[in-house]
Design a protein around this ligand. Structure first.
Ligand code: HEM
Length: 416
């Protein structure tokens, strides 16, 4: 029976209950829960709100092994209800995308996407991203506090994805408007009508945009996707629409929350903030450390066992959901000594932290995300070197409370 109290006073049954119910305290600060689970139940069986038995993996070594284990699948066609519980009507639009595919479907989609997502393309986006970042900061008031999430972290990543897809001008404004409806209303039943309208609008728009790109390709990412390399079967229109959706979903909230997490981490660690502001050569390493320390993809790594899988003396039965707690693995002292300290001098982080996942589904957009973070932080350092948190009574931060317990980030980030 799980009753032993951990050093920090959290008993195992409390930790399991908090993670199962996704309690507000757990959302606010999940790390004590993860610590207890790592120490006492590193492969913990939960039955969360969506009702499907879930094994939560909290140790680095197990996370690393399972992320690369072909017996742990992602294909949503395999009849698992979880995807419907999580994505509802959007399942159809997301049907053909790589994040929810296994080989050989995943291998083909990933290969095509990777060919289009070249370092040259990403590099070419730099001046556009800088312009977008400064444009947003130009509009931030300096005489009163501003919510950096709304003013900066939220709009920028969607704008960047539009840039990537060649969606510009007035059309971009429309896409941003409808996509905001989708992200706002996904989890609110009251807004269901708006959601359907937005999804239909976006689906039709993406189909038209793809058609136009097929007729007149340029050198943007979408044109590269359309002009598939010869050895692969070309993407169908449905696959292209699905690819656009997954870029928007995978590349938007993750980056938004990560920008917020980085700024928050810096503002609550003034010495590290000063160090990196004064020595910009530290920035790439600092970004990796902040991704380890306060990563935005906390447990959004849904998979399921394709067969019985034994790990650490526990059998995860075929069909069970496997959720890898990246935020816990990244604070595992077995891998990262003194894990709760933000330390920009750690070495080899880029290839060891799991903030961008690991294995076949390793984040396709990682180079772009790193570029966006570097540009955002540099712009903030240059423009507002004296920036401070404007939430003195909320030193703990205003962290997302769910009901979707998979991302870690701030609802609001008031700064002055
Ligand atoms: C996959 C994190 C930004 C596109 C992933 C995964 C993680 C992740 C953890 C693996 C999920 C899993 O294994 O279940 C992040 C973080 C980001 C970020 C923390 C920002 C800081 C982006 C951006 C894009 C992107 C900007 C593109 C515009 C993707 C795609 C996949 C993916 C397409 C699926 C890859 C596959 O299944 O093969 N991301 N991501 N991500 N990410 Fe990112």
């Amino acid at each position: 029976e799980p009753t032993t109290a951990a050093d920090d006073g959290l008993a195992l049954h409390e930790a399991v209950a908090a993670a199962t119910k996704s309690t507000p305290e757990y959302r606010q600060c999940p790390y004590p829960v993860y610590r207890t689970l790592r120490e006492q139940a590193p492969i913990a069986k939960l039955t969360p709100g969506h009702g499907v038995d879930t094994y939560l993996i909290t140790r680095y070594a197990d996370a690393h092994a399972l992320l690369a284990d072909p017996r742990i699948g992602k294909d949503m066609h395999e009849g698992i209800d979880l995807y419907h519980a999580l994505f509802g009507d959007l399942c159809e639009a997301l049907d053909d995308n790589l994040l929810f595919a296994d080989p050989p479907r995943h291998t083909r989609l990933r290969h095509i996407a990777k060919t289009a997502f070249t370092p040259r393309h990403i590099h070419a986006l730099r001046p556009h991203i800088e312009e977008l970042a400064h444009g947003l900061l130009d509009r931030c008031p300096t005489d009163r506090p501003v919510d950096l999430m709304q003013a900066f972290a939220l709009p920028l990543p969607v704008m960047v994805i539009c840039e990537l897809l060649g969606i510009v001008g007035q059309e971009r404004t429309e896409v941003l408007k409808w996509f905001a409806v989708v992200t706002r209303s996904r989890f609110s039943k009251d807004l269901k009508g708006d959601l359907e309208e937005a999804e239909i609008w976006l689906r039709d728009y993406f189909a038209r945009h793809i058609h136009r790109t097929r007729l007149r390709p340029t050198d943007d990412f979408l044109s590269m996707l359309v002009e598939t390399p010869h050895e692969e079967e070309p993407l169908t229109d449905d696959e292209l629409v699905s690819m656009i959706w997954v870029l928007l979903f995978a590349g938007h909230k993750t980056t938004t929350l990560q920008i917020g997490n980085c700024v928050y981490s810096l503002l609550t660690h003034p010495e590290q903030f000063r160090a990196v502001r004064e020595d910009r050569a530290l920035l790439p390493q600092a970004i990796e450390e902040m991704q380890r320390f306060e990563g935005s993809v906390e447990t959004s790594t849904f998979r399921y066992a394709l067969e019985d899988v034994e790990i650490g003396g526990i059998v995860i039965p075929k069909g069970a959901v496997v959720q890898i707690a990246l935020s816990s693995a990244n604070r595992d002292p077995e891998k990262f000594p003194d894990p709760d300290t933000l330390d920009f001098t750690r070495e080899g982080l880029q290839s060891s932290h799991l903030g961008f996942g690991y294995g076949a589904h390793y984040c396709l957009g990682a180079p772009l995300a790193r570029l966006e973070l570097e540009i955002c932080l540099t712009a903030l350092f240059d423009r507002f070197p004296d920036m401070v948190l404007a939430m003195p009574t909320q030193a703990e931060g205003d962290w997302l409370k769910g009901p979707f317990p998979a991302f870690r980030g701030l609802e609001r980030l008031p700064v002055a």
